[in-house]
Design a protein around this ligand. Sequence first.
Ligand SMILES: [Zn+2]
Length: 285
Amino acid sequence: MEVLNIFQGKKKKAILHINVSTFEQFKAGIEAVKESKIPLIIGVSEGERKFWGINYFEDLIDEAKERGIKVYSNADHTKNIKKAYEAIDYDFDFVLFDGSELSFKKNILITQKVVNYRNKNNKKSLIEGELGYLTGHSDIENTIELKEEYFTSPDLAKEFVDQTKVDLLAISVGNVHGIPQKIKFKNKEFKKITLNFNLIKEIKNKVNLPLVLHGGSGLTKKDFIKAINNGISIIHINTEFRKIWKEELSKLIKEKTVIPYKILDKIIEKLKRKIILYQRLFYYV
Ligand SMILES: [Zn+2]
Protein backbone atom coordinates (compact mmCIF):
# COMPACT_ATOMS: atom_id res chain seq x y z
CA MET A 1 0.00 0.00 0.00
CA GLU A 2 1.14 3.54 -0.76
CA VAL A 3 1.62 4.43 2.90
CA LEU A 4 4.53 1.98 3.10
CA ASN A 5 6.34 3.95 0.38
CA ILE A 6 6.84 6.69 2.96
CA PHE A 7 9.40 4.48 4.68
CA GLN A 8 11.19 3.31 1.51
CA GLY A 9 13.50 6.27 0.90
CA LYS A 10 16.99 6.62 2.36
CA LYS A 11 15.99 9.42 4.66
CA LYS A 12 14.79 8.15 8.04
CA LYS A 13 11.40 9.43 9.14
CA ALA A 14 8.39 8.36 11.14
CA ILE A 15 4.67 8.98 11.12
CA LEU A 16 2.68 9.97 14.16
CA HIS A 17 -0.20 7.76 15.32
CA ILE A 18 -2.85 9.26 17.57
CA ASN A 19 -5.89 7.64 19.15
CA VAL A 20 -9.29 9.27 19.11
CA SER A 21 -12.43 8.69 21.07
CA THR A 22 -14.09 12.05 20.52
CA PHE A 23 -14.85 14.18 17.50
CA GLU A 24 -12.62 16.99 18.83
CA GLN A 25 -9.63 14.67 18.77
CA PHE A 26 -10.53 13.46 15.29
CA LYS A 27 -11.02 16.98 13.95
CA ALA A 28 -7.73 18.13 15.49
CA GLY A 29 -6.01 15.33 13.53
CA ILE A 30 -7.69 16.28 10.25
CA GLU A 31 -6.94 19.99 10.71
CA ALA A 32 -3.32 19.16 11.56
CA VAL A 33 -2.83 17.19 8.34
CA LYS A 34 -4.46 19.94 6.30
CA GLU A 35 -1.87 22.36 7.65
CA SER A 36 1.25 20.19 7.93
CA LYS A 37 0.62 18.13 4.75
CA ILE A 38 2.23 15.26 6.63
CA PRO A 39 0.42 11.89 6.77
CA LEU A 40 -1.17 10.88 10.07
CA ILE A 41 -2.47 7.57 11.36
CA ILE A 42 -5.64 7.84 13.41
CA GLY A 43 -6.21 4.79 15.55
CA VAL A 44 -9.11 3.41 17.50
CA SER A 45 -8.72 0.60 20.01
CA GLU A 46 -11.43 -2.02 20.48
CA GLY A 47 -12.93 0.17 23.22
CA GLU A 48 -12.74 3.32 21.11
CA ARG A 49 -14.34 1.52 18.15
CA LYS A 50 -17.20 0.38 20.32
CA PHE A 51 -17.67 3.92 21.59
CA TRP A 52 -17.68 5.52 18.12
CA GLY A 53 -19.41 2.73 16.24
CA ILE A 54 -16.87 1.30 13.79
CA ASN A 55 -18.96 2.35 10.76
CA TYR A 56 -19.17 6.00 11.85
CA PHE A 57 -15.43 6.13 12.37
CA GLU A 58 -14.59 4.59 8.99
CA ASP A 59 -17.06 6.92 7.26
CA LEU A 60 -15.26 9.93 8.73
CA ILE A 61 -11.89 8.59 7.56
CA ASP A 62 -13.23 7.83 4.07
CA GLU A 63 -14.73 11.29 3.81
CA ALA A 64 -11.38 12.89 4.71
CA LYS A 65 -9.55 10.68 2.19
CA GLU A 66 -11.98 11.65 -0.55
CA ARG A 67 -11.02 15.24 0.10
CA GLY A 68 -7.36 14.33 -0.41
CA ILE A 69 -6.37 14.50 3.26
CA LYS A 70 -3.60 12.01 4.04
CA VAL A 71 -5.05 10.15 6.98
CA TYR A 72 -4.96 6.43 7.58
CA SER A 73 -7.08 4.37 9.96
CA ASN A 74 -5.73 1.83 12.40
CA ALA A 75 -7.64 -0.78 14.38
CA ASP A 76 -5.38 -0.43 17.39
CA HIS A 77 -4.60 -3.25 19.87
CA THR A 78 -7.12 -5.76 18.58
CA LYS A 79 -7.05 -8.76 20.89
CA ASN A 80 -10.17 -10.52 19.63
CA ILE A 81 -9.71 -12.25 16.27
CA LYS A 82 -13.31 -11.53 15.21
CA LYS A 83 -12.75 -7.82 15.85
CA ALA A 84 -9.62 -8.02 13.66
CA TYR A 85 -11.68 -9.64 10.87
CA GLU A 86 -14.33 -6.97 11.29
CA ALA A 87 -11.75 -4.16 10.91
CA ILE A 88 -10.37 -5.86 7.78
CA ASP A 89 -13.92 -6.07 6.38
CA TYR A 90 -14.28 -2.34 7.04
CA ASP A 91 -11.07 -1.72 5.04
CA PHE A 92 -9.05 -0.21 7.87
CA ASP A 93 -5.64 0.80 6.49
CA PHE A 94 -3.92 -0.92 9.39
CA VAL A 95 -5.04 -3.63 11.77
CA LEU A 96 -2.92 -4.36 14.82
CA PHE A 97 -3.55 -7.85 16.04
CA ASP A 98 -2.14 -7.76 19.55
CA GLY A 99 -1.26 -11.27 20.63
CA SER A 100 1.47 -10.06 22.98
CA GLU A 101 -0.26 -11.57 26.00
CA LEU A 102 -0.41 -15.00 24.35
CA SER A 103 2.38 -17.57 24.22
CA PHE A 104 4.85 -17.09 21.34
CA LYS A 105 3.36 -20.05 19.46
CA LYS A 106 -0.22 -18.94 19.90
CA ASN A 107 0.64 -15.36 18.96
CA ILE A 108 2.13 -16.66 15.69
CA LEU A 109 -0.84 -18.93 15.04
CA ILE A 110 -3.54 -16.30 15.48
CA THR A 111 -1.60 -13.51 13.77
CA GLN A 112 -1.17 -15.89 10.80
CA LYS A 113 -4.93 -16.37 10.73
CA VAL A 114 -5.47 -12.62 10.56
CA VAL A 115 -2.98 -12.25 7.68
CA ASN A 116 -4.60 -15.21 5.87
CA TYR A 117 -8.06 -13.71 6.32
CA ARG A 118 -6.87 -10.46 4.73
CA ASN A 119 -5.26 -12.36 1.82
CA LYS A 120 -8.17 -14.75 1.25
CA ASN A 121 -10.64 -11.87 1.06
CA ASN A 122 -8.40 -9.69 -1.11
CA LYS A 123 -8.51 -6.90 1.42
CA LYS A 124 -6.05 -4.04 1.62
CA SER A 125 -5.46 -3.72 5.39
CA LEU A 126 -1.83 -3.88 6.44
CA ILE A 127 -1.40 -6.20 9.40
CA GLU A 128 0.73 -5.19 12.37
CA GLY A 129 1.87 -7.89 14.75
CA GLU A 130 3.04 -7.32 18.32
CA LEU A 131 5.87 -9.14 20.01
CA GLY A 132 7.10 -8.42 23.50
CA TYR A 133 4.86 -7.18 26.27
CA LEU A 134 3.80 -3.55 26.67
CA THR A 135 2.81 -2.82 30.22
CA GLY A 136 0.54 0.01 31.43
CA HIS A 137 -2.64 1.63 30.10
CA SER A 138 -3.00 4.86 28.12
CA ASP A 139 -3.77 6.88 31.21
CA ILE A 140 -1.99 8.67 34.05
CA GLU A 141 -0.44 5.82 36.02
CA ASN A 142 1.21 5.73 39.42
CA THR A 143 4.03 3.22 39.30
CA ILE A 144 4.66 0.96 36.34
CA GLU A 145 6.94 -2.02 36.73
CA LEU A 146 9.02 -2.83 33.70
CA LYS A 147 10.77 -6.19 33.31
CA GLU A 148 13.48 -7.13 30.87
CA GLU A 149 11.55 -10.28 29.97
CA TYR A 150 8.90 -8.01 28.40
CA PHE A 151 11.39 -6.80 25.78
CA THR A 152 11.27 -8.08 22.21
CA SER A 153 13.95 -10.61 21.31
CA PRO A 154 15.50 -9.90 17.88
CA ASP A 155 15.73 -13.63 17.05
CA LEU A 156 12.12 -14.29 18.01
CA ALA A 157 11.09 -11.18 16.08
CA LYS A 158 12.71 -12.65 12.97
CA GLU A 159 10.94 -15.96 13.48
CA PHE A 160 7.64 -14.20 14.16
CA VAL A 161 7.84 -12.05 11.03
CA ASP A 162 8.96 -14.98 8.81
CA GLN A 163 6.12 -17.17 10.02
CA THR A 164 3.29 -14.66 10.13
CA LYS A 165 4.24 -12.44 7.15
CA VAL A 166 3.01 -9.35 8.98
CA ASP A 167 3.57 -5.97 7.31
CA LEU A 168 4.63 -4.09 10.47
CA LEU A 169 5.79 -5.02 13.95
CA ALA A 170 5.13 -3.38 17.32
CA ILE A 171 8.03 -3.90 19.69
CA SER A 172 8.78 -3.59 23.38
CA VAL A 173 12.10 -1.87 24.04
CA GLY A 174 11.51 -0.16 27.37
CA ASN A 175 8.39 1.69 26.20
CA VAL A 176 5.18 1.52 28.25
CA HIS A 177 1.60 2.66 27.73
CA GLY A 178 0.52 5.75 29.64
CA ILE A 179 2.35 8.38 31.63
CA PRO A 180 3.67 6.84 34.86
CA GLN A 181 4.78 8.88 37.84
CA LYS A 182 7.46 6.26 38.51
CA ILE A 183 9.03 3.38 36.62
CA LYS A 184 10.36 0.37 38.47
CA PHE A 185 13.08 -1.49 36.60
CA LYS A 186 15.68 -3.92 37.95
CA ASN A 187 14.78 -3.02 41.55
CA LYS A 188 15.39 0.68 40.95
CA GLU A 189 12.94 3.52 40.55
CA PHE A 190 13.09 5.99 37.68
CA LYS A 191 11.15 9.12 36.85
CA LYS A 192 11.43 8.62 33.13
CA ILE A 193 11.50 5.85 30.54
CA THR A 194 14.83 4.88 29.02
CA LEU A 195 14.49 3.18 25.67
CA ASN A 196 16.95 0.51 24.60
CA PHE A 197 18.02 2.05 21.30
CA ASN A 198 20.48 -0.74 20.51
CA LEU A 199 17.68 -3.24 20.77
CA ILE A 200 15.64 -1.25 18.24
CA LYS A 201 18.60 -1.39 15.86
CA GLU A 202 19.15 -5.11 16.42
CA ILE A 203 15.50 -5.88 15.73
CA LYS A 204 15.50 -3.65 12.65
CA ASN A 205 18.56 -5.47 11.29
CA LYS A 206 16.80 -8.83 11.68
CA VAL A 207 13.40 -7.88 10.29
CA ASN A 208 13.22 -5.66 7.30
CA LEU A 209 9.86 -4.02 7.90
CA PRO A 210 8.52 -0.87 9.57
CA LEU A 211 8.78 -1.02 13.36
CA VAL A 212 6.13 0.60 15.52
CA LEU A 213 6.82 2.27 18.87
CA HIS A 214 3.80 2.41 21.17
CA GLY A 215 3.75 4.51 24.32
CA GLY A 216 5.41 7.67 23.01
CA SER A 217 3.84 9.91 25.68
CA GLY A 218 6.47 11.34 28.00
CA LEU A 219 9.47 10.64 25.77
CA THR A 220 11.81 13.50 24.92
CA LYS A 221 12.65 15.01 21.56
CA LYS A 222 16.05 13.33 21.75
CA ASP A 223 14.46 9.94 22.47
CA PHE A 224 12.23 10.25 19.41
CA ILE A 225 15.06 11.24 17.09
CA LYS A 226 17.26 8.40 18.33
CA ALA A 227 14.42 5.90 18.04
CA ILE A 228 13.72 6.97 14.45
CA ASN A 229 17.40 6.88 13.52
CA ASN A 230 17.59 3.34 14.89
CA GLY A 231 14.66 2.07 12.85
CA ILE A 232 11.28 3.20 14.23
CA SER A 233 8.77 4.18 11.51
CA ILE A 234 5.52 4.82 13.40
CA ILE A 235 5.21 6.43 16.83
CA HIS A 236 2.07 6.23 18.95
CA ILE A 237 1.25 9.13 21.25
CA ASN A 238 -2.06 8.87 23.05
CA THR A 239 -2.03 9.72 26.77
CA GLU A 240 -0.37 13.09 26.21
CA PHE A 241 -3.21 14.16 23.91
CA ARG A 242 -5.83 12.72 26.26
CA LYS A 243 -4.26 14.80 29.02
CA ILE A 244 -4.47 17.99 26.96
CA TRP A 245 -8.11 17.21 26.10
CA LYS A 246 -9.06 16.82 29.74
CA GLU A 247 -7.04 19.73 31.09
CA GLU A 248 -8.40 22.15 28.48
CA LEU A 249 -11.94 20.89 28.90
CA SER A 250 -11.76 21.24 32.69
CA LYS A 251 -10.66 24.85 32.30
CA LEU A 252 -13.06 25.84 29.53
CA ILE A 253 -16.13 24.11 30.93
CA LYS A 254 -16.23 26.78 33.64
CA GLU A 255 -16.95 29.50 31.07
CA LYS A 256 -20.46 30.92 31.07
CA THR A 257 -21.35 29.82 27.55
CA VAL A 258 -23.38 26.66 26.97
CA ILE A 259 -22.49 26.54 23.26
CA PRO A 260 -20.38 23.38 22.80
CA TYR A 261 -18.41 24.50 19.75
CA LYS A 262 -17.23 27.66 21.48
CA ILE A 263 -15.62 25.49 24.11
CA LEU A 264 -14.49 22.61 21.94
CA ASP A 265 -12.94 24.76 19.23
CA LYS A 266 -10.26 25.87 21.65
CA ILE A 267 -9.47 22.28 22.61
CA ILE A 268 -9.17 21.34 18.94
CA GLU A 269 -6.74 24.20 18.32
CA LYS A 270 -4.54 23.17 21.25
CA LEU A 271 -4.50 19.51 20.18
CA LYS A 272 -3.85 20.45 16.56
CA ARG A 273 -0.78 22.54 17.43
CA LYS A 274 0.73 19.67 19.43
CA ILE A 275 -0.04 17.11 16.71
CA ILE A 276 1.70 19.28 14.09
CA LEU A 277 4.70 19.70 16.39
CA TYR A 278 5.19 15.94 16.63
CA GLN A 279 4.42 15.35 12.97
CA ARG A 280 7.17 17.76 11.92
CA LEU A 281 9.64 16.39 14.46
CA PHE A 282 9.12 12.79 13.27
CA TYR A 283 8.91 13.53 9.56
CA TYR A 284 11.83 15.92 9.15
CA VAL A 285 14.28 14.22 11.52
ZN1 LIG B 1 -0.37 0.91 22.00
